[in-house]
Design a binder for this molecule. Structure first.
Ligand code: NAP
Length: 250
């Protein structure tokens, strides 16, 4: 494997399983010192053990992304241990309801915006003073951001917002920091279990996918690593759809 992140320091939020873990692992295998995080200490500890077993330099910090103190602690611990930040992957999201938009409670709307959009902004506010020249931010959106489906409509809208946030932050953080986004298709993780574990739904998704399969965490990690790396050094403000050819037009 290439070592595009040798000497670099990467923070990945919500990275103790699923896509976030896959990204942390990929960056680490390519030489990055990695900071993994999620809400539960046990999950953080287990992820650290797994990554260390693969020879990756890693620390783990508990961070619920909507907790301001924990966000600051994530940045502080990173700086204390590694002294700088080169890559931030903002990966956390919630999808707490299958209600239609007009039926969604205000508290659920608040939670969706808080975790899926606002927390990325607030984390980057804390990270910005430590970001190196040539650093890179990757936001994780979703194919649902292009076509919000009925069972996840409001979630999809928050993911659409990330496409705009990517453009706006890219302009604000240029030229020293690039900001890009990955929009995954369906990947069978815990998060998507209610969709991908249903055989009928799964087959429908596969039929609507040119490549005729669901995505994998490795597919997403490869895309995020590309955008975060110097291979993408002339790319900023863009969203890479990694969805096997599912329709993705706004
Ligand atoms: P996942 O496998 O369920 O993993 C979720 C991870 O996030 C876990 O490590 C979890 O650990 C952590 N987490 C959950 N809530 C958190 C919070 N509030 N703060 C910090 N950490 C939190 O999920 P995934 O499928 O990989 O999803 C990752 C991202 O990909 C999300 O942004 C999602 O919208 C996006 N995405 C997923 C799919 C898909 O099909 N899977 C498709 C499109 C986009 P703890 O429980 O310890 O917190």
């Amino acid at each position: 494997m290439a070592k595009r992140f040798q000497g670099k320091v990467a923070i990945v939020t919500a990275s103790t399983q699923g896509i976030g873990f896959g990204i942390a692992e990929r960056l680490g295998l390519e030489g990055a010192s990695v900071v993994v995080s999620s809400r539960k200490q046990k999950n953080v500890d287990e992820a650290v053990v797994k990554l260390k077993a693969r020879g990756i330099e890693v620390i783990g910090v508990v961070c619920h992304v909507s907790n301001g103190q924990q966000r600051k602690n994530l940045i502080n611990q990173t700086i204390e241990k590694f002294g700088k930040i080169d890559v931030v992957v903002s990966n956390a999201a919630a999808n707490p309801s299958v209600d239609s938009i007009l039926q969604t409670k205000e508290s659920v709307l608040d939670k969706l915006w808080d975790i899926n959009v606002k927390s990325s902004i607030l984390l980057l506010q804390d990270a910005a003073p430590h970001l190196q020249k040539g650093s890179s931010v990757v936001l994780i959106s979703s194919i649902a951001g292009y076509q919000p489906q009925s069972s996840m409509a409001m979630y999809g809208v928050t993911k659409t917002a990330l496409l705009g946030l990517t453009k706006a932050l890219a302009a604000e953080m240029a030229p020293d920091t690039r900001v890009n986004c990955v929009a995954p298709g369906f990947v069978p993780t815990h998060f998507a279990e209610y969709i991908t574990s249903n055989d009928g739904v799964r087959q429908t998704i596969e039929q609507n996918t040119l490549l005729n399969r669901l995505g994998t965490t490795r597919d997403m990690a490869a895309a995020a690593a590309f955008l975060a790396s110097d291979d993408a050094s002339y790319i900023t403000g863009e969203t890479l759809v990694v969805a096997g050819g599912m329709p993705s037009r706004l």
